[in-house]
Design a protein around this ligand. Structure first.
Ligand code: B12
Ligand code: SF4
Length: 448
């Protein structure tokens, strides 16, 4: 029998959160699969920047950009004890708990709640949502999944208050759980080897669509030591590029959306298999879109043809994962890029028409044992190449190859307390690369 399933995207509790084309894609994918299995799906988005009750309640309206990024609503919260030393406001990003409660009351007949989680250190927003759901819908089982649930599984089991915690990809496990709880035999099972067998995410449940996330793959062929990609997907699997274009066309026709953000870990890798046929097909169908890649792209794949293709296909936001100009560290952490590839890549991108400030180069800072000189040299090198350095503070992630080193290097108990993974804290800072040095570098970058 069809069940009423309520999807929840919980709050973010953090010092800084910006909607950089952020959507709960995994959760909305699960919604699509469950709807295909004849269940009735509802969705509450605690981060909704367009919630009507917030508009009328005297809250400061978040500034939004027409491309689909922008600010969230926010309310200042007391800082958790372990983060007291950070001299910034700690906030709940999203709607108020009162509005969330009211929303939940409209879903009294829910059979099961599925709640997602993102950054490990955002768990307080997840816990707050679970506590309120338990109060308003006391008899409804709550299932927690997503990034935090996967990376900090034991912590989630112990402290989250959820009835079930599911680690890793949710598709098969959620169907199994429904079977166990309600005796529901799934009528539709996706083929785990074929990503195109997954129904589209339930994007129609988003209140106002200003952009949509798309993914052409899961996983990554690289294994960088600081990255968790392999924990979520042990293999690199790709969709058929033509099916991806079908999806883009579907959403564009249905909703009129033109802004799409790619969530892939390795969108440009082996370009003949994906990005080249995909963009050629978009052009053939005369689809006009704007694309944003907030997640880093691979510089290794940037040549003349690729640069022109990206520029002419409407790739408005391009960010690349470079991380460091230090050759030894590049080699030790996974070898995804070398300096020459940045130099050449930027030259091609500029020839194609991109301006310096449009070519964002992510630099990891605060890696275990990293010196201040390494970070400032890397910034300088990116400037010399003619691109824009973007500092990404290292967030240590359990289960990655760098984790043990991070645990040893960090002055904080990152093993016991995921709040210490917060990138704003610079969790693996050291005497040479202190918080003050980091602030100084950031200031310099801002004034550049
Ligand atoms: C896209 C992305 C972003 C985007 C948008 C984020 C978003 N999703 O909205 C942007 C660019 C904004 C971003 C930013 C950052 N990110 Co990011 N991001 C990702 C990325 C590549 C994909 C996430 C995604 O949506 N995947 C696709 C969907 C389909 O998969 P999924 O969410 O995992 O969902 C599946 C399962 O988790 C599960 N599931 C999900 N929900 C639920 C719910 C239930 C009930 C169940 C049962 C199952 C379930 O089933 C789903 C389907 O199989 C991941 C890496 C990765 N490969 O996953 C990193 C990742 C999440 N990011 C990470 C990091 C470090 C960051 C930054 C801190 C980087 C930095 N230093 O600046 C910033 C944070 C900025 C901030 N403070 O706001 C880390 C996590 C770190 C941590 N400690 O938790 C990850 C894991 C990458 C890594 N380095 O290893 N990110
Ligand atoms: S290339 Fe990017 S996504 Fe792939 S393992 Fe390295 S950091 Fe992670």
């Amino acid at each position: 029998m069809s069940k009423k399933i309520l999807l929840i995207n919980p709050w973010i509790h953090d010092f800084a959160a910006y909607d950089f084309w952020l959507k709960p894609l995994g959760l909305l994918y699960l919604g699509g699969l469950l709807r295909q299995n004849n269940h009735q799906i509802n969705f509450i988005d605690c981060l909704d920047p367009y919630h009507p009750a917030m508009q009328s309640d005297g809250h400061k309206r978040p500034q939004r950009h027409s491309s689909g990024r922008g600010k969230f609503f926010r309310q200042v919260l007391p800082k958790p004890d372990s983060l007291k030393m950070i001299s910034k406001n700690y906030c709940r990003y999203g709607i108020t708990p009162e509005i969330f409660r009211e929303e939940l009351k409209n879903h009294q007949d829910t059979d099961i709640v599925l709640i997602t989680s993102m950054m490990t250190y955002w768990y307080p927003g997840v816990f707050e949502a679970i506590k309120i759901i338990k109060e308003v819908l006391p008899c409804v089982p709550i299932v927690l999944g997503g990034k935090y649930a996967t990376l900090c599984y034991d912590h989630a089991i112990k402290y989250s208050g959820a009835d079930f915690v599911i680690a890793g990809s949710g598709e098969k496990k959620v169907l199994q759980l429904l079977k166990d709880l309600f005796g529901e035999e799934p009528s539709f099972m996706p083929d785990s080897e074929n990503l195109d067998s997954l129904p589209y995410p339930v994007f129609d449940l988003i209140r106002k669509i200003d952009q949509l996330p798309i993914t052409t793959s899961r996983g990554c062929p690289y294994h960088c030591s600081y990255c968790a990609s392999h924990i979520f997907n042990d293999k690199f699997r790709r969709r058929d590029p033509i099916k991806v274009v079908d999806e883009i066309e579907h959403w564009q026709k249905k909703t009129g959306v033109i802004n799409f953000s790619f969530y892939d870990d390795a969108l440009l890798v082996k370009p003949q298999e994906m990005i080249i046929p995909l963009l050629k097909e978009l052009k053939r169908r005369n689809l006009s879109c704007q694309f944003h890649c907030p997640n880093g792209l691979h510089l290794r794949e940037i040549n003349k043809e690729m640069s022109e293709l990206l520029y002419n296909s409407g790739f408005k936001t391009i960010r690349f994962g470079f991380e460091t100009a230090d050759f030894q560290r590049q080699k030790e952490t996974g070898g995804k890029v070398i300096n020459e590839e940045l130099l050449n890549g930027v030259r091609h991108l500029k020839n194609a028409g991109y301006k310096t400030e449009e070519i964002g180069i992510y630099l990891l800072c605060g890696l275990p044992g990293q010196s201040a000189a390494e970070v400032s040299d890397s910034i300088e090198f990116v400037h010399e190449c003619g691109a824009k350095p973007v500092l990404a503070e290292y967030s240590p992630i359990p289960g990655t190859n760098m984790w043990a080193e991070a645990v040893t290097a960090s002055p904080f108990d990152i093993q016991e307390e995921p709040l210490y993974h917060n990138n704003s804290l610079l969790p693996c800072r050291n005497d040479d690369f202190s918080y003050a040095v980091y602030e100084e570098l950031k200031k310099k970058l801002k004034n550049n």
